[in-house]
Structures are given as C-alpha cells and as structure tokens.
Ligand binder design. Structure first.
Ligand SMILES: Nc1nc2c(ncn2[C@@H]2O[C@H](COP(=O)(O)OP(=O)(O)OP(=O)(O)O)[C@@H](O)[C@H]2O)c(=O)[nH]1
Ligand SMILES: [Mg+2]
Length: 259
C-alpha cells in the first residue's frame, strides 16, 4: 500500500502524462483555503526572475472547495487524499515540479498573507545565479509586519537569533512563507518534517553550503479562513524541536561528508 504523497504523485502523473513545466514553478501548499486560494493563484505573475512561471497548488486533504477553486483559477493541482502537513505538501510539490522539468522553485502560502509580486526580485537573484536560495523577511526596513501577536513576533526574533548563532548566517525571519531556490537546493537538502519545513529547509541548506540571501517582503493579515498553526506556545515548542533536531542531524551529516 503506497503512502499518501506517492498516491498523489502517481495520480498527478496519470492526469498529466506529457506535462513539461516552465523553468519556474510556484508551489502553493493549501489546506482548507477556499475563498483565499483562487485570488492567490490569480496573483502569481506569468514570469518570475525573467523566466516563465507556473503555479502548482498542493491540496493537503482539504474538505472544502480548495481543489476546485485552485483549478478554476488556472493552477495545476496535486491532491493529497488526507491531510499530511504543510512540510509534506511542500516536499511533494517540489518533487512533482522537478519531475516535470522545473529548474527553480518558489513557495507561496494559499492564505493570501504574502504578496506574489514580492517573488519577482527574489527569483531574479536565483535565476541570475547570485544566490541558491532566497527567503523573504518581514524584519528590517520596509513595510511593517502586520502580525501583532506578541508571542509570534517574539518567536521570529528569538528563533532567528538562535539560527544565526548556530549557523553564522544572517537569518532574520526563519518562518517566512516566501522562498525561491534552485532545484539543486531542494534535491540537496534533507526534508523529513511533516509540518515545520521552513526551518528544516533553511538549516539544512545553510549547513550544506548553499548561498543564502533575504529580501524584504510585506505580510498582511488573513482576510478569510483560520490559521492552521494552533496555539502559539505549542507551536513554538514544536518549532524549536524541528530547529534543534535539524541542526543536530546536519552536524552529523557534515561529519560524515568530511573526507
Ligand atoms: N499549518 C498548516 N498549513 C498547511 C497545512 N497544509 C497546508 N498548509 C498551508 O500552509 C500555508 C501556511 O499555513 P498557515 O496556517 O496560514 O500558517 P502561517 O501563515 O505560517 O501562520 P499564520 O500567521 O497563523 O496564518 C497555508 O497556505 C496553508 O493552507 C497543514 O497541515 N498545516
Ligand atoms: Mg498564514
């Protein structure tokens, strides 16, 4: 019996046997985002970083009309039969996009809190070869972060400081939903986290020597639907576990990779 991501990839293959994707694919994980996902899909520019772009929504076992809405808005949709978590959905999206020819991968949430237009300058850094992975950041100069939940805002500051301390890289917003990377990064890191993939991807990429940059992006409040993250303290604990667990694993990887 195959696992839900394998089932979803097989079904996508069956329905798109000859699909060749453009060089840039924007992967959008979506779990019960009806009302939000359609406008998000329509907001993705046709070109990013000077190259043609397509949008791939990974429907994470939604029970509402997320799938139909994403399709009607013009996205390709890969659908998980059950809810597997944001990290699993993203990993499935990367695999499917690369299998069908993508050379650059972007991520964008389906909840409308990030602006797809911010992906263009980020993609330009990656497609030009200046960076391997570029993340958005809500910190520094530019529009203010709309998130007024004190715990969540402090969490971003504290977790960023911890990652800086551990890796030496200039990281300011490890939970940002906007990211652009080469397919080599997605294939060169280890992604096991079912939920907290942003921190795992970041730490694994930094520890394995990929060139990392950040660009300021805007962040708005949710207009519709609910956050899937649960209570802030539990979220912070699970985020810490993913962060330190990944760092220890990557230290082991570096020791093994050393000649
Ligand atoms: N958290 C979560 N998100 C999922 C899941 N599957 C897909 N997603 C998508 O991942 C994106 C981020 O989810 P959100 O719950 O908005 O998380 P967030 O934006 O980091 O947190 P908030 O600031 O609280 O909204 C959205 O597009 C979700 O629909 C899942 O199982 N859990
Ligand atoms: Mg959100």
């Amino acid at each position: 019996m195959s696992l839900p991501p394998e089932q979803a990839a097989a079904s996508f293959r069956l329905h798109h046997p000859d699909l060749v994707l453009p060089p840039v694919v924007v992967v959008v994980p979506a779990f019960n985002e009806a009302g939000a996902v359609g406008p998000v899909v329509r907001s993705v520019p046709a070109r990013l970083g000077g190259l043609d772009a397509a949008t791939l929504v990974v429907d994470d076992g939604s029970s509402d009309s997320t799938l139909e809405e994403a399709r009607a808005a013009g996205a390709l949709v890969c659908s998980l039969p059950v809810n597997c978590g944001q990290g699993t959905a993203l990993r499935l999206g990367y695999d499917v996009a690369i299998e069908h020819g993508a050379r650059y991968l972007a991520t964008l949430d389906a909840d409308g809190q990030w602006s797809a237009a911010d992906l263009d300058p980020m993609a330009a850094r990656v497609t030009s070869g200046a960076a391997d992975i570029v993340s958005g950041t809500r910190r520094g100069s530019g529009p203010r972060d709309s998130d007024d939940r004190v715990l969540r805002r402090s969490g971003v500051v504290v977790f960023a400081a911890v990652i800086r301390l551990l890796t030496g890289a200039r990281v300011t917003d490890p939970a940002n939903g906007l990211r652009v990377m080469t397919s080599q990064v997605a294939q060169g890191v280890q992604l096991d986290q079912p939920q907290f993939q942003s921190t795992e991807l970041l730490i694994s990429a930094l520890c394995r020597g990929f060139r990392y940059e950040e660009i300021h992006v805007s962040h708005g409040p949710r207009q519709i639907g609910l956050s899937k993250k649960g209570r802030s303290l539990g979220y912070a604990l699970r985020f810490s576990r993913a962060l330190f667990g990944t760092y220890l694993r990557e230290r082991g990887w570096r020791r093994r990779a050393r000649p």
